[in-house]
Ligand binder design. Structure first.
Ligand SMILES: Nc1ncnc2c1ncn2[C@@H]1O[C@H](COP(=O)(O)OP(=O)(O)OP(=O)(O)O)[C@@H](O)[C@H]1O
Ligand SMILES: [Mg+2]
Length: 288
């Protein structure tokens, strides 16, 4: 108990870590993080919270829902939604039990992938054993996030698939089917669902997390600008330019908006043109 040398401790987010990211009340005078915005995002979040909260409260070990599969283009808030789910569940459980008994385990390829045959499977089994027993304390609830799951489990039909992945996938399926839903929930994210095994997809409730609409993008920009103390004139200039950038398709995701605001922060608020690149695409190959 308490030793989880098979899941690295930097992969475990405690409630206090999540609170630091999301707490909107904060210390008096402290800057507030931008709230989750977007009608669809908030609807999905509310639905996930309701499902998990009920499964945890009713103590049904074999609940109908093992978890969620969040699918959508890059930068649209999938990882953020999963973390927010863990935070909200932690808040609710504190009301019930007083303690902060929810953690998030953040699993990526590096946590699972091992070159020696059979070792990855062991790590998967170990992970689920920790979910059952509690990651850092007994009687602990957990949200286990398989982030960018296509890089962990690839489709058996895909050209990348190797013998190796078959056995990982099937170990994963069985672990999912055995998951104790009265204490854990899984969240998978991907922007390449075509690379994810159908048998994995079928085990989860799928939600499409798409690019938000114009109003939502502008709302995010304005909340970031307020946080960074743009003047009213700087805000309206930003809004106008963002509107154009959305129209021509240069800004589509939440991450695009953040990058756009940073550019304008440097150009308009600090008052100098930025030398940083404006796109997320890697620069042309500079190697000789
Ligand atoms: N609903 C939201 N409201 C405001 N900001 C958001 C929201 N969702 C995400 N963000 C911000 O947008 C950025 C991108 O979000 P996130 O990393 O969750 O996207 P993602 O879909 O997981 O991307 P990827 O597919 O590349 O992993 C984050 O910095 C986050 O703070
Ligand atoms: Mg992500």
């Amino acid at each position: 108990m308490g030793d989880h040398h098979h899941v690295s401790s930097k992969s475990i987010l405690k409630f206090s870590d999540l609170r630091e990211q999301f707490d909107e009340t904060g210390q008096p005078g402290a800057p507030k993080p931008p709230p989750i915005v977007g009608k669809h995002h908030l609807g999905v979040l509310a639905e996930m919270i309701e499902i998990v909260e009920r499964q945890w409260r009713t103590n049904v070990r074999r609940g109908l829902i093992k978890g969620f599969f969040l699918v959508g283009p890059p930068g649209t808030g999938k990882t953020t939604l999963a973390k927010r789910l863990a935070y909200e569940l932690g808040l609710k459980r504190r009301e019930v039990s007083g303690g902060s008994s929810v953690v998030m385990a953040l699993i990526d390829g590096a946590e699972i992938a091992r070159s020696r045959y059979g070792e990855s499977e062991e790590r998967i089994l170990d992970l689920f054993a920790h979910a059952r027993a509690g990651f850092t304390a007994a009687d602990q609830r957990s949200v286990v996030l398989f982030d960018d799951v296509e890089s962990i489990f690839m489709a058996r039909g895909s050209q990348h698939a190797k013998e190796w992945h078959f056995s990982q996938d099937s170990v994963f399926f069985h672990a999912v089917d055995d998951l104790d839903t009265s204490r854990s929930v899984l969240v998978l994210t991907s922007n390449r669902p075509d690379l994810v095994d159908e048998a994995i997809r079928d085990r989860f409730l799928t939600y499409h997390i798409d690019y938000p609409d114009r109003d939502t993008l502008i709302e995010i920009a304005m909340s970031l600008a307020t946080l960074q103390q743009f003047s009213p004139a700087q805000c309206s200039l930003l809004e106008q330019r963002l509107d154009d950038a959305i129209t021509c398709g240069a800004v589509r995701s939440m991450r695009d908006v953040q990058r756009f605001v940073v550019q304008h922060y440097i150009a308009d608020v600090l008052g100098r043109p930025s030398l940083a690149q404006t796109h997320s695409t890697p620069p042309a190959d500079l190697t000789p």
